[in-house]
Design a protein around this ligand. Structure first.
Ligand SMILES: [Zn+2]
Length: 270
């Protein structure tokens, strides 16, 4: 009898989990300093426990990330970062060795995006970023850009057919984000590491309008830019579910996970 009750309790718990909004986390890093303290299996366990059904993962140093992909190909969507170490974040735009590094990786592994890279203003038109965009075009990869609006526009000028995931929605104000989304059909935004879109557990009014005008263009992300941030993945998923619950259910589902699936996973199935 006791066993039966335990089984029932378990199935009820599973039922509750099934109605919980799944999360597509569009902004995960698993960089070299995370590998030592958090083996791939532990990182995967954190994501699964948080109810993350898929994650766009990009890392400074690709080896650990590849171990994560190998261990959980259903969960981890790999994006190739032009950084071998975190220190290259501001130097890569003028570093010619970045291109052969990207070429070697692209020849060896499969990716769905290039990024997240940091790129601002006129730097987008420097030779190294231009060649990176060329590689993305040749391999049919999305660009995950931590950029200001100016650099995003330059990227679209280089490659009008690009699909760009605008990291942190550029940390731009909602009016600017609206202007960009109206102008560029192939621009999506992740909401990682900004808090103005949801305050007191609810979407902020001006952001709510934006979510309703562009329900297909936003996704959430934790941004594990340091190893410590990995311990925040579960909390971030819960916080996302809480503020999303104040939007119409279909919009909440899209921002929580369906937009990520449509952008990154659906094209792989054709
Ligand atoms: Zn970023």
């Amino acid at each position: 009898m006791r066993g039966w009750i335990a089984a029932l309790a378990l199935s009820l718990a599973a039922g509750a989990a099934a109605t919980e909004l799944p999360i597509f986390d569009a902004h995960i890093h698993y960089s070299h300093d995370a590998w030592d303290v958090l083996p791939p299996e532990a990182a995967i366990a954190i994501l699964r426990k948080a109810g993350v059904r898929r994650a766009l993962v990009s890392s400074s140093g690709d080896d650990g990330q590849q171990r994560m992909v190998a261990a959980a190909p259903d969960l981890v969507l790999p994006s190739l970062r032009p950084y071998r170490t975190r220190a290259e974040l501001s130097t890569w735009v003028r570093d010619e060795t970045v291109i052969p590094y990207l070429e070697q990786r692209l020849a060896r592994y499969r990716y769905i995006a290039i990024g997240e890279f940091h790129l601002y203003g006129a730097d987008a038109d420097l030779p190294v970023p231009r060649r990176m965009v060329e590689l993305a075009r040749r391999h049919g990869l999305l660009l995950h850009a931590h950029s200001d609006a100016d650099a995003v526009e330059r990227l679209f000028r280089q490659w009008p057919g690009a699909r760009i995931l605008w990291a942190h929605a550029g940390f731009e104000r909602p009016e600017k984000v609206r202007e960009m989304l109206r102008r560029y059909r192939n621009l999506w935004c992740d909401l990682a590491f900004r808090s103005d879109h949801a305050q007191g557990g609810r979407p902020a009014p001006e952001w709510r309008e934006l979510f309703l005008e562009f329900p297909d263009r936003f996704m959430v992300g934790t941004d594990t830019f340091t190893p410590e941030r990995w311990h925040y993945v579960g909390e971030h998923a819960a916080w996302s579910r809480a503020w999303l619950a104040h939007l119409p259910r279909d919009v909440a589902e899209r921002i929580a996970w369906k937009n990520g699936e449509a952008l990154f996973v659906a094209p792989l199935q054709h």
